[in-house]
Design a protein around this ligand. Structure first.
Ligand code: GDG
Length: 472
């Protein structure tokens, strides 16, 4: 029986050490939820790094056996691979470049070589499991070389690739010293997917100008075969978020949190610590808003949840300090005994707490400088059980293409953000409901299950089309 092999840098579980024993914590991430029911079926399998370095062969064996029961296979990465392939090339070269922060990108041959080596390690792990009829679905920028490495070993198998972050314009992508190798890596796929039409267009333009292959309606004809490039905007598990937000317990918590804030209006922002998320710019806009509209002082609180991420990387340490400083300055300037303009949390919370925060907030501020999609804004919309609430959303998030009922802003335009805050905080409830219910309809329909089936259906279609092209 043909099976599906999912490959991503991280497995949908995280390995943790508890009292000398290694245990697994299930991830609640969107991808894990969306693919959760699929990889557990039959012989399907998910291959990836378990989130911790495990060196002792005995421990590796035990982890492998435990994960096998759950249809997962670990790829064990060394300290050096984590430093150079993951934190280095993936997060200090590709991530900044793909998010238009190329001034932050490091170009180091050593990091590139480890990136190649790690992709090869994933390839070996997949090749050991895969048969010629199997379908392999590779995820994200850490594994750009994997499709062509797999194609070489398994010429007939079906390979899909999805990139969760933006694909930059040719002028930015071409700055990478390894641009040609990276594109050739991706071209090993049968189907290459992005969140938006623009990302897809940028990719096709780079393929044309750097590798010299043109395209027609998303099809690229290589000498050996054709592949398709298309957009698949990722959704969330709508019913899950809407369901939790509606529960009595979450409603009770939302009331308690709100009462404790002593504010008439509450705004929420939830991000991983990342310079692509526009956190300092948002703080600048809020500061300017409180100065321009002093009648809101004492009345509106921004609850800002920043989830620790990549704190080994220098740029992220600097960003954390910048945020700490700005929050301290704004609170120092405007707070009074009963009220703080910003409630800032640098940690992550369980899903129920997050849901209560979404439920209590009148406004969500999602203002990235650049974001492949952004799921937080969709989760906020799904959590609005009474259709009230306003979403302020950056045009630079992939989600803005679907959520045109949000107040759309350019995060570089601080004055526009100030006015958007004013508009959101004074919007009549009947207008809020019109926009919110329209966004809910979109997100409900184009949910995570829809995304998975769209991608898988298109991948099967490509294989059929390739066969008919080969015989015609
Ligand atoms: C990448 C792309 C693309 C956050 N804090 C807590 C928590 N979260 C969850 C959110 C949301 C997820 O983390 C963040 O997802 P985003 O999509 O917003 O952003 P990235 O992590 O940068 O994801 C992005 C995504 O891939 C999918 O393709 O949309 O553009 O950059 O689900 O809810 N979850 C819990 N506690 C927290 O404190 N439980």
């Amino acid at each position: 029986m043909a099976k599906l092999i999912i490959v991503s840098n991280r497995l949908p579980v995280k390995l943790q050490e508890k009292e000398g024993e290694l245990i697994f914590k299930t991830s609640e991430g969107g991808l894990a939820t969306g693919l959760g029911s699929i990889y557990k079926e039959g012989d399907n399998i998910w291959i990836g790094w378990p989130g911790q370095v495990v060196e002792e062969p005995e421990k590796q064996k035990k982890v492998t056996e435990d994960l096998k029961k759950e249809n997962m296979l670990p790829v064990f990465l060394t300290e050096t691979e984590i430093k150079e392939y993951y934190e280095g090339f993936s997060n200090e070269t590709l991530w900044p470049t793909f998010h238009y922060f190329s001034q932050y990108a490091v170009y180091e041959q050593q990091l590139w070589e480890t990136y190649v080596q790690a992709n090869q390690k994933f390839c070996d792990a997949v090749a050991e499991q895969a048969g010629p009829d199997d379908t392999i679905w590779v995820h994200d920028y850490q594994l750009l070389l994997l499709p062509s490495m797999l194609r070489e070993k398994l010429p007939d198998c079906t390979i899909g690739f999805f990139q969760h972050i933006p694909f930059p314009s040719y002028e930015v992508f071409r700055l990478l010293p390894w641009r040609k190798e990276l594109l050739e890596g991706m071209l090993g796929s049968d189907l290459v997917g992005f969140h938006t039409y623009d990302d897809m267009r940028h990719f096709l333009s780079s393929v044309n100008r750097i590798v010299g292959h043109g395209s027609m309606h998303g099809w690229i004809n290589l000498s050996s075969r054709s592949l398709l490039v298309d957009s698949f905007p990722m959704g969330i598990d709508y019913e899950k978020y809407a369901g939790i937000a509606k529960t009595e317990e979450v409603g009770r918590r939302a009331n308690i949190y709100r009462n404790n804030l002593h504010a008439e209006k509450v705004m929420i922002a939830v991000d991983r610590l990342d310079y692509s998320k526009g956190i300092p710019q948002r703080l600048d806009a809020f500061e300017k808003f409180l100065a321009k509209y002093p009648e809101f002082q004492g009345k509106v609180t921004l609850v800002m949840l920043v989830v620790p991420s990549r704190d080994e990387v220098e740029k992220y340490k600097e960003l954390k300090e910048e945020i700490d400083e700005k929050v301290g300055r704004i609170n120092g300037k405007f707070s009074d005994i009963n009220w703080n303009p910003i409630q800032y949390f640098y940690r992550s919370y369980p899903l129920e707490t997050l849901s209560a925060l979404y439920r209590m907030a009148d406004v969500a501020l999602v203002t990235p400088m650049r974001d492949g999609m952004n799921l937080v804004c969709k989760e906020y919309v799904a959590s609005r059980h009474d259709q009230s609430g306003v979403l302020i959303l950056s045009e630079m998030a992939g989600a803005s293409k679907e959520l045109s009922d949000a107040i759309l802003i350019n995060p570089n335009d601080i004055n526009q953000m100030v006015e958007a805050l004013h508009e959101a905080l004074t919007m009549p409830e009947e207008i809020q409901k019109v926009h919110m219910s329209s966004m809910q309809e979109t997100i409900k329909r184009y949910n995570i299950h829809h995304w998975v089936s769209m991608f898988m259906d298109r991948l099967s279609y490509v294989k059929i089309k390739q066969l008919s092209m080969a015989t015609s």
